[in-house]
Write a protein that binds this ligand. Sequence first.
Ligand code: ATP
Ligand code: MG
Length: 444
Amino acid sequence: MIRKLLRRVFRRGPLAEHPVETIAANRHGIRREQVSPGARRVCETLQKEGYRAYVVGGAVRDLIAGIEPKDFDVATDATPDQVRSLFRRSRIIGRRFQIVHVMQGAETLEVSTFRAAHDEDTLKDEHGRVLRDNVWGSMGADAARRDFTINALYYDPVREEVLDYHRGVEDLQKKTLRMIGDPRLRFREDPVRMLRAVRLAAKLGLRLDPKVEAPIAEMAKLIDNVPVARLFDEMLKLLFSGYAVECVKRLRQEGLHHGLLPLLDVILEQPLGEKFVMLSLASTDERVRAGKAVSPGFLFATLLWHEALANWASRKKAGELPMPALHAAMDAVLDQQAEKLAITRRIIGDIKEIWALQPRFEKRSGRAPLRLLEQPRFRAAWDFLVLRAASGEIDGELSEWWREFQEAGDDRRNEMLLPEAAKKRRRSRSRGRNTPGNPAPESA
Ligand code: ATP
Ligand code: MG
């Protein structure tokens, strides 16, 4: 007990607490109105009750960098029970480390109590990965346990000041991503920080501090020890950050694209599908930045499509009928990837629906096109078809036909439909080449 106390008092080294610097509005540039009303109100209420309360983490960083924050988190020295008692619409969540969700209008704010950095007594795995960190601490300790200096900033919306323990504002202005403490140690504690480094640098246009960059290549294999579900979450964050194309470029620069994550291998090691995948990431980025909805199912359907295509092609070559062959190919690819990538059953369902509708776009006569339009997943499937055309996998004429068909009135639709008989003739003429339902060859 006493030894533990002494150790805490005399703790030195990278995670020791730093003195705080108070930064005024003219230097940090954040205006109070940029903080959401809910976050402001939560901080004001807590401060009126005598607690410390700040907007913290990603939101402060993004505001200083001129990016609109996704959400606002609050950090305080009030305990979860104390927070809970101040807000009628709030609830405590989490078992190991409790935080409070406070509802303010349509907003839900995550309010967490200052947490201490772990010490020698913290439970770690045999590689030094921290398994549990759940001790409350001072504000300085809370700053020190965070990963990068730019993430350890606290904004006080009442006084309009930023409290900065690790020169994060300066790093942000110098466009450098710097680790708090020794990067090797911090990567060993939590290898996911390597991915966070690349994602944040891509998003904010920062260069990695050489001390952060240097150990990444040699430590990348530690990522294998991270639970697959956590990696999947981080992967989704990366792909839906609005900067996925830039992230992938950076991962490649860092040599992190190989063997780091199965999904990245899938993306980056398929020359035939690369154009398609990059187009898909670019369109995902565009949608995210425009605030439009994005679906993991659609994105994963694009990431794995060329693998499914290859599998399908070899089955058809072996004499299987096109449709059963497609379904067998889908199952084969998804069975193999789903477990590795921790793709959920729901997402798998979405992927299959989008894929299974693709051959149906080839049928442009009779009642088939109208029936396809009525499919609940038509819109996603058509977006997918447009990407296939843009990447050169199929003829753009097909996606254009469907664009017009969707918008056309009944008369125009009837004109557009290909005659049944003509279709039959075409089919027999081209048998053995690109029959409907078969993708064009990759070289097309
Ligand atoms: P985003 O913009 O994607 O939300 P973020 O930095 O806010 O990025 P979160 O996962 O929301 O990421 O984390 C909130 C804060 O918690 C971070 O700003 C950082 O201070 C801290 N944090 C998150 N993950 C880690 C980690 N692996 N190690 C140390 N601190 C972390
Ligand atoms: Mg965040």
